[in-house]
Design a protein around this ligand. Structure first.
Ligand code: DAH
Length: 349
């Protein structure tokens, strides 16, 4: 009779075993069999009513059921835990064969970079960086630079006129010289550079553009001569292109400077021996310059008897093309990031 009860629990257990599908169910089962009022615990209670001589056998029979349960429980638990772990691992798996996300970082425009380098060089010599309007008055772009109306020098600058004959797109950054002098009111010494856009009616090709950039420079002070200009340009060029680069001045003509010069630097590629970059001359022209014409000083309020100065104008694209070995200036104005990247040498180093 008592053994029958043990067998019933055994049967029940065999049946229950097949219906367990989760850890929670397994734990419920443990309570059902081994809990305080569990089926196996109840079997244990029966031992009290068993005659002494049978107690041992009965106890063993109950223990067998307990062992059956425990074995089942341990196996099943391990199975569930492995399943849970595998599931977790599968969820957290990183597929290292996936291509990486492309992060586009961009790069500074190479012309902008060149201009910043030039600014640094001149700022280190005490120059201010100033600005001027791109839509300019004829007065500043020409007249106050000693180029009166009807003067043939105007023809060379194929100017875009905005309105009538008075308003134009500046054809050079030189009007900023005039504006800066007017601000100085004939009293303040001036040291400034002005990088900026300029416009001329030109067909666009590899070396020409209707819009280009110049870097204007002006110094006005006491006892300034052509040799000060030469020394300044020499230092700037060496800082930009290297200490072994020489400068030379060739006589030239500009209305607003007297004397006027063309600034050449020795070819950094062949060091003056002659190559395709310098067209076998050993020299590269980088700027127009000169001693500020007394008329220009006077018109802008600086007494040429007291003051003198020098001025220069670099072609920014030309400097950048030389420095970064670029043979088509149109690359400066297209917005293709790859072009900028190609020139970003620092990043490659
Ligand atoms: N403005 C001149 C040009 O566009 C360049 C130039 C020449 C600027 C001589 C100067 C200078 O300041 O002194 O051709």
């Amino acid at each position: 009779m008592k053994y029958e009860q043990i067998n019933k629990v055994k049967e029940l257990l065999e049946n229950d075993k097949n219906n367990i599908s989760s850890m929670n169910e397994l734990n419920d089962l443990k309570v059902k069999y081994l809990g305080k009022k569990g089926l196996i615990s109840e079997l244990n209670q029966l031992i009290r009513d068993i005659p002494n001589e049978e107690k041992k056998d009965f106890g063993q029979a109950v223990n067998e059921v307990r062992t059956l349960f425990n074995n089942f429980y341990d196996n099943q638990k391990e199975k569930f835990e492995t399943e849970i772990l595998n599931q977790k691992l599968a969820n957290e798996a990183i597929d290292i064969s996936l291509p990486a996300t492309h992060i586009s970082t961009g790069a500074p425009n190479i012309l902008e970079k060149l201009i910043e380098e030039v600014e640094e060089v001149f700022m280190s010599m005490g120059y201010d960086v100033v600005d001027g309007p791109e839509i300019e008055e004829d007065k500043y772009n020409f007249e106050m630079l000693n180029i009166p109306k009807g003067h043939p020098a105007r023809d060379a600058q194929d100017t875009f006129y905005v309105e009538g004959e008075e308003l134009l797109l500046r054809s050079q950054t030189s009007p900023v010289q005039v504006r800066t002098m007017l601000e100085g009111k004939g009293e303040t010494p001036i040291r400034m550079i002005c990088p900026g856009k300029t416009y001329r009616r030109d067909d666009d090709d590899a070396t020409h553009s209707h819009q280009f950039m110049q870097i204007e420079g002006l110094l006005v002070d006491k006892d300034i001569s052509l040799s000060d200009l030469k020394g300044t340009i020499d230092v700037a060029v060496k800082k930009l292109f290297g200490n072994d680069i020489e400068t030379r001045f060739r006589p030239s003509y500009y209305q607003f400077t007297e004397p006027s010069v063309e600034v050449d630097i020795s070819c950094f590629n062949c060091k003056g021996k002659g190559c395709s970059i310098c067209k076998n001359t050993g020299w590269l022209t980088v700027a127009g310059a000169g001693v500020v014409h007394p008329n220009v000083l006077r018109m802008s309020g600086y007494d040429p008897k007291k003051w003198s100065g020098f001025a220069f104008g670099f072609g920014a694209e030309r400097l950048a093309m030389l420095k970064y070995d670029i043979n088509d200036l149109r690359v400066f104005y297209n917005t293709d990031l790859r072009e900028s990247k190609d020139f970003d040498r620092e990043e490659d180093l």
